[in-house]
Design a protein around this ligand. Structure first.
Ligand code: T3D
Length: 269
């Protein structure tokens, strides 16, 4: 796991402190557009975090005034024929593994949406478990502006987050969705003043970092599975996972702390 690098030297900054890994997309001059280097760094960081038991919560945010403006359109334009060899290949080899990697993390992932999240940048935010947005932030399915369809999971996440009718309207019109409306639609968990975004996200992350990591990981699995199965299967899956949770040292510690009237200290065992 890399530690923080000074701004400007890497397209992704990685900082791990107090059980919280903060990933900062760091190409502010292009509104943190995703180029080859940033995609690789992000995929690598997600893989590192998956193996790093120190990390209990992940925060994904952007440097400067934007969260992420999606695919770097200059990278595409720089291709001799103005387009990459295959969008399908680019998605399958670069974007989809990042989205699946984020979703597969045991740790909760919070998007701290500091500004516009456009195209695949919006998809990245949608793939996170929770979203805290700055008042001036917005979501923009900009794909249509360049004759593309919503990708990187946008067509999967958005109907589940805001419902099919709103998802279709956002995708068809490509109108920006301001943070306040996103909160009203249930797309973001909370909206905070821009100068409070880092602190409010940190408070939420610290709270999750003090919970039982095993219980959070199993809860994530149950919530994710529930989106794809019927009630009977969901009930059975809950029972299976609860069987695992009930055998953890964290469960024993939680009960002991309750009886002793003190806060629990979860070790993750
Ligand atoms: O290709 C594939 O299949 C792979 C998957 C692709 C999925 C996608 O992500 S497709 C969608 C790609 N993204 C976009 O279409 C968004 C493009 N950007 C914008 O529409 C606007 O920049 C914003 C609405 C996000 C913000 O507008 P504004 O007015 O606040 O800022 P700006 O002036 O447009 O941008 C500031 C700078 O960032 C500017 O550079 P400059 O002129 O100062 O040197 C601009 O070119 C640059 N920038 C913004 N977005 C991108 C970008 N550079 C490269 N790629 C970008 N996506």
């Amino acid at each position: 796991m890399t530690t923080t690098e000074p701004a400007g030297t890497a397209s992704l900054l990685v900082d791990v402190a107090d059980g919280i890994a903060t990933l900062t997309l760091n190409r502010p001059a292009t509104l943190n557009a995703l180029d080859h280097g940033m995609r690789g760094a992000l995929a690598g960081a997600v893989a590192d975090i998956r193996r790093d038991r120190r990390v209990r919560v992940v925060v994904l945010t952007g440097a400067g005034r934007a969260f992420c403006a999606g695919q770097d359109l200059r990278e595409t334009a720089d291709d001799p024929d103005g387009r990459p060899a295959s969008f399908a290949t680019l998605l399958r080899e670069a974007y989809n593994p990042i989205i699946l990697g984020l979703r597969a993390l045991d740790q909760p992932v919070i998007a701290a949406v500091n500004g516009v999240a456009a195209g695949a940048g919006a998809s990245l935010a949608f793939a996170c478990d929770l979203r805290v947005a700055a008042e001036g932030a917005s979501f923009l399915l900009a794909f249509g502006h360049v004759g593309l369809i919503p990708d990187s999971g946008a067509t999967w996440f958005l109907p589940r987050l805001v419902g099919p009718a709103r998802a279709a309207e956002l995708a068809f019109t490509t109108d920006p969705l301001p943070a306040a409306d996103a909160e009203r639609f249930g797309l973001v968990n909370r909206v905070v003043p821009a100068d409070r975004l880092a602190a409010e996200t940190r408070t939420l992350a610290a709270r999750l970092a003090s919970a039982s990591p095993r219980a959070l990981a199993l809860t994530k699995r149950a919530l994710n599975r529930s989106l794809e199965v019927g009630l009977a299967e969901a009930l059975d899956y809950e029972a299976t996972l609860q069987g695992l949770a009930g055998r953890t040292a964290d469960h024993v510690e939680g009960v002991r702390a309750f009886v002793e009237k003190r806060p629990p200290r979860f070790s993750g065992e």
